[in-house]
Design a protein around this ligand. Sequence first.
Ligand code: GDP
Ligand code: IMO
Ligand code: MG
Length: 421
Amino acid sequence: MKADILLGLQWGDEGKGKLVDVLTPNYDVIARFQGGPNAGHTLEFNHIKHISHNIPSGVFRESSINVIGNGVVLDPISFKAEIDDIYKIGIDLKGRLKISRKAHLIMPTHRILDAASEAAKGQTKIGSTLRGIGPTYMDKTGRNGLRVGDILSSDFMEKYRFLIKKHQEILKQFDFDYQIKDYEAGWFDGIETMKQFEFVNSEYLINRYLNEGKSLLAEGAQGTMLDIDFGSYPYVTSSNTICAGACTGLGIAPNKVGEVMGVFKAYSTRVGGGPFPTELTDETGELLRKHGGEYGATTGRPRRCGWLDLPVLKYAIMLNGVSHLLMTKADVLSHFSTIKVCTAYNINGTITEEVPFDIQTDVEPVFVEMKSWGKDISGIRKAGDLPPELKDYVVFIEEQTGVPVKIIGVGPEREQFIELS
Ligand code: GDP
Ligand code: IMO
Ligand code: MG
């Protein structure tokens, strides 16, 4: 079997969590391949909302096996909180959740370093979720990191203390007050919770699953425009969020990749700092935020909103080899009579469809205006019942990108989607 991949094509929060939950019944295994608790993947069923940060979004379907891959950075504190919340609704993940020995641990001082570094940046801050993501990946690439597999080694405490000391030295450069003790007790509690789950050589496990004919869906976090290499650097996260990240973050060879499902919102959002060509800072942007409920699932911050950006979408499709598009939140555009789509950029008089090296320069979006469907679609379940204007919107996107749209989201609940043939 080949592994399918589902990932975000914009600046994150495209609705990946909901779609993984929708698709999980088609898969035996769901595996997260990068990121950490900076992610907030929301899924809703029976009118209850769940937000996954560290754990794959497949956990709510009891038949699935869930794997946290080596590319993930894991925070024991937020991991424990998540396990406790899931347990409260009657789901026991023991035996169903496996953690890679090679996943790196977010330490209490990584969170402090993240906060100190952002505070020192002032106006140019990234708008990080302050979950310690950047410092943890820095220690990983700097070959200093602490990994899940180290937890069971006899010198774990020694390694932990050594790294904490190193971080304390670095923190002396910052004018920043902190208390490691605020986090430490919770962190070691979290380590105990982690020990209840199986630590695995996930690269072997995953390849064994594929060889046995098990179907596997790799779940991405963040989105292509937050990728460390190809996103709007430096306003990005610290991992490869693109398809290649699933290969390195799970140990899947490129020739074992099957379908690549790219998720995008019918419009655009971004949370945190950085360029956003189609951003609407006017009343229309406010309306998108209001009708879309656009507030961060991890930090609660208001998301910046704007129209759909096709140069970004095409760029993401190219980088990820997207075979199918999944469009979420079409229902939000029901509240508008007309909608706009950015088809190109005007950069100082030159029209281009390419995302430039420095998106910060004067990038002016070139828009086409389309009629919206202007009516409630949240109860529609069949493609044949879609309003003609929404069909036109989808056909336009398919023609522009050359990739078929397979699913349209019409609301946050598990059942609220339409499959297109
Ligand atoms: P993720 O990080 O990609 O999983 O996305 P988030 O969970 O951060 O943000 C997506 C938000 O949109 C969540 O509140 C979802 O419940 C919600 N959502 C997902 N799909 C749809 C949809 O089709 N329509 C509406 N109205 N909400 C959706
Ligand atoms: P999901 O998986 C949206 C953004 C932050 C910030 C930048 C760097 O829910 O789509 P970091 O904490 O990684 O150092 O933050 O990236 N960011 C996200 N934005 N969705 C996410 O994840 C994000 N994860 C990080 O807001 O601008
Ligand atoms: Mg999110």
